[in-house]
Design a protein around this ligand. Structure first.
Ligand code: URA
Length: 244
């Protein structure tokens, strides 16, 4: 991937990576004279450009290069943690200011789960955050139907047997204040399918609302309403990179 000034890449790859469409569409746009490089119409999409130094525009609109993008999203309910979906809006589609066309969510939240989701195209960082070996902490707020047994915190701390016979790693449970609801914060260190819901089910309770509060050093910005997002701050990114 191009990154440092002086590295070159093909014009069509640059535009595709910046989300301007497929290579075929880009070729068409170029044929129609819609693409300029340094103010000059460019019809050859296989030419090399320096993405840091050359000024590329589509229909006169500058297309700026971003090697990596990092967004914190407060995922709303009803949206899927995927890059494409025929039925539902995806979390990536919510990032309307994205420059790149190759963003993806780091991990998945269920369609009815809200909260923190990191959206990026940095595959290395995503891989490290999701690696089962790293046991990255994930904190969830859960509202429950039913009453937890007295020894719930102890059982969760020791690891709990799920309905399919798998054991979870130790997890920490604390009571939480949430609009007078029967709410808890659960911190887990792995990411099995529907893990939080299945852990509470193993304790006889149904999760009626679930929200991810944090993942490793990254905590959901309380100023983001469901559906809102913002770029990570330099400090958040540095801390994530240092720790994972
Ligand atoms: N655990 C769940 O059950 N669902 C999620 O979306 C995340 C963790």
């Amino acid at each position: 991937m191009a990154g440092k000034s002086g590295d070159t890449m093909r014009l069509d790859r640059f535009l595709a990576e910046m989300g301007e469409g497929t290579r075929a569409r880009i070729r068409d746009m170029a044929k129609n004279g819609r693409i300029t490089v340094n103010g000059v119409i460019e019809k050859k999409t296989d030419r090399k450009i320096d993405p840091e130094a050359d000024q590329v525009a589509v229909d006169g609109r500058p297309v700026r290069y971003a090697a990596f993008e990092y967004y914190m999203l407060n995922k709303p309910q009803g949206v899927v943690s995927a890059t494409e979906d025929r039925l539902h809006t995806t979390v990536v589609e919510l990032i309307t200011e994205r420059k790149r066309g190759d963003l993806f969510p780091v991990g998945r939240l269920d369609i009815d789960t809200e909260g923190l989701l990191l959206i990026t195209n940095d595959g290395d960082l995503a891989h490290r955050l999701l690696s089962p070996k790293k046991h990255v902490d994930k904190r969830y707020l859960a509202v429950l139907e039913g009453k937890l047994p007295e020894n719930a915190a102890l059982r969760l701390r020791e690891g709990i047997l799920l309905e399919d016979g798998t054991m979870t790693l130790p997890a920490e449970l604390t009571a939480a204040e949430y609009a007078g609801a029967n709410a808890y914060v659960l911190t887990i260190h792995e990411g099995k399918f529907h893990q939080v819901k299945r852990m509470f089910e193993a304790l006889g309770c149904r999760v009626t609302y679930l929200k991810r509060l944090s993942m490793g050093s990254l905590a959901l910005d309380g100023g983001l309403a469901p559906g809102q997002y913002r770029p990570l701050t330099d400090e958040e990114l540095r801390t994530l990179r240092e720790n994972f």
